[in-house]
Ligand binder design. Structure first.
Ligand code: DQA
Length: 147
């Protein structure tokens, strides 16, 4: 299966962000690790990161033809970007939400996710390992949906 691994705003700055929440890994290293996880799970990953909300919306508009499923960490957009939520719905493919940090133990404004109800699962607080869990859940779902 082809899987999009999508990151939103500020996640390209990993490595410079608070290590107490995000660890010390750079974004490049994170994408490398996720590529390895995908390979182990027989998935073909495709990576996308942007700091522009409209660019993410347009990527999600194109997703249906490009991939079979999506792993998405929208960063702060998670908590308020309804346009991203609507675009994810339009993508028409199953999605799993991932957060590196445990958002439920942080500021109250991080407790709500506008995309959670659309996603088949949400993984938080597991750092990079959370992406492996997310890819595995997505692969199992895609297998079930196979004709
Ligand atoms: C995040 C959590 C968000 O609240 C935050 O704005 C981020 C990263 C995470 O991966 O833990 O940018 O999505």
């Amino acid at each position: 299966f082809r899987v999009a691994v999508v990151h939103g705003v500020n996640l390209d700055q990993l490595g410079r962000r608070d290590p107490a929440h995000y660890g010390g890994t750079t974004f490049r290293d994170l994408e490398r690790q996720v590529a390895d996880f995908a390979g182990e799970l027989d998935l073909i990953p495709r990576f996308f990161q942007t700091n522009y909300e409209g660019a993410l919306v347009e990527y999600l508009h194109r997703a249906e033809g490009l991939v079979d499923g999506i792993v998405i960490n929208p960063g702060a957009w998670t908590h308020y970007a309804w346009a991203i939520r609507d675009a994810l719905e339009l993508s028409g493919v199953p999605a799993v939400e991932v957060h590196l940090s445990d958002v439920s133990k942080r500021e109250p404004w991080r407790h709500h996710s506008v995309i959670a109800a659309l996603c088949i699962a949400t993984i938080t607080g597991r750092g990079a390992a959370g992406y492996r869990d997310a890819l595995e859940i997505l692969r199992d779902e895609l297998r079930l949906r196979q004709p």
